[in-house]
Design a protein. Structure first.
Length: 274
C-alpha cells in the first residue's frame, strides 16, 4: 500500500477514534444523568416511606400515652373512692405511685420506703455528730421521718430531691430543713457552695442500679468530698449485691441483714472512706 494511502487510512482511523470518544463521553454523561434522576426518585420515595412510618410511630405512641393516661386516671379514681369508703388518706403512696408511673426510672420503688427499712437506714447516722446530714432522693420523707425520730435536728437536714411535687411536700413537712431541688448526680455543683461545714452523713434513696457504674462511682466520690473522713454513705438496694463495688481504694463497706419486712425486701449498704 502506498504511503499516501496509508496516511489517509490513519487519519480516518483517528477520526473514528475521536468520534467514538465523543460518543462515549456523551453516553457517559447521559448515563450519569439517568443515575442521578433515579437516585433522586428513590430518595424521594424513601423520604415519603420514612415520613409515613414516623407518622405511624407517632400515632401509635399517642394512642399508648392516651391509654396509659386513661388507666392512670382510672386508678386515681379507685384510690379516692377507697379513701372515701374507708375514711383514710394514702397520699404518700398515691403520690409516689403516680410519680413512678410517669417516670419509672427516676424512683427506686413503686411505694415509699417501709418503716423498717427507713429505721435501718437512719440507724447508721449518729444524731450527736456535728455537721449537716444530706439525704438524696427523700421522696415523700419516710427516711427523713426516721432520721428525725432518731434524734436528728431537722435544721441539720439537707434534702436533695429532683421532683418538684415532692420538694413542695418536703418544705411543708420539714420547714426547718433545707430542701434543694436538683439532680443528685450533680451533687458537688449543687452543694459545694451551700454547705458551710463537712457533712456528718449522706443517706441515699436513689435507685443506683438504674445508672451506669461510672455515674454511681462519681456520686460516691462527690459525697465523700462533702463529708468528714469516716462519715457514712448510707444506701439501700433491693438487689442481692452491692450497688457499689466492694473493692475500692480506702473505702470500707458493710451491709445490713436483709429487711424482709420491707416490700420488696431490701438491704442497706454503708460505705466509709478513710
Amino acid at each position: 500500500m502506498p504511503i499516501q494511502a496509508l496516511q489517509v487510512l490513519e487519519r480516518k482511523i483517528e477520526r473514528q477514534i475521536r468520534l467514538f470518544e465523543l460518543k462515549n463521553r456523551a453516553l457517559g454523561r447521559k448515563l450519569e444523568r439517568k443515575i442521578a434522576t433515579q437516585k433522586k426518585r428513590i430518595g424521594q420515595k424513601f423520604d415519603a416511606h420514612k415520613q409515613r412510618f414516623e407518622q405511624k410511630i407517632d400515632a401509635h405512641k399517642q394512642r399508648i400515652e392516651q391509654t396509659f393516661d386513661a388507666q392512670r386516671k382510672k386508678f386515681e379514681s379507685h384510690i379516692r373512692r377507697f379513701e372515701q369508703k374507708n375514711g383514710i388518706r394514702i397520699d404518700d403512696e398515691f403520690r409516689f405511685f403516680r410519680t413512678w408511673m410517669e417516670k419509672p426510672l427516676s424512683l427506686g420503688a413503686v411505694t415509699p420506703s417501709g418503716k423498717a427499712l427507713a429505721r435501718t437506714m437512719a440507724a447508721y447516722v449518729d444524731p450527736e455528730s456535728d455537721g449537716p446530714i444530706i439525704e438524696l432522693g427523700p421522696g415523700t420523707g419516710p427516711v427523713t421521718d426516721a432520721l428525725v425520730a432518731r434524734g436528728v435536728d431537722p435544721a441539720r437536714l439537707v434534702l436533695v430531691e429532683f421532683d418538684p411535687t415532692f420538694c413542695r411536700l418536703l418544705r411543708k413537712r420539714y420547714p426547718e430543713a433545707t430542701v434543694v431541688q436538683g439532680d443528685a448526680y450533680g451533687l458537688r455543683a449543687l452543694l459545694t457552695v451551700l454547705l458551710r461545714h463537712p457533712a456528718a452523713a449522706v443517706v441515699s434513696g436513689l435507685p443506683l442500679f438504674t445508672k451506669p457504674l461510672k455515674m454511681r462511682l462519681r456520686l460516691l466520690q462527690d459525697a465523700f468530698g462533702l463529708m468528714k473522713p469516716g462519715a457514712p454513705f448510707v444506701q439501700f438496694t433491693y438487689a442481692a449485691v452491692s450497688p457499689i463495688p466492694r473493692r475500692l481504694d480506702r473505702v470500707r463497706s458493710q451491709a445490713s441483714e436483709r429487711i424482709w419486712a420491707n416490700i420488696p425486701p431490701a438491704r442497706v449498704w454503708v460505705y466509709r472512706k478513710y
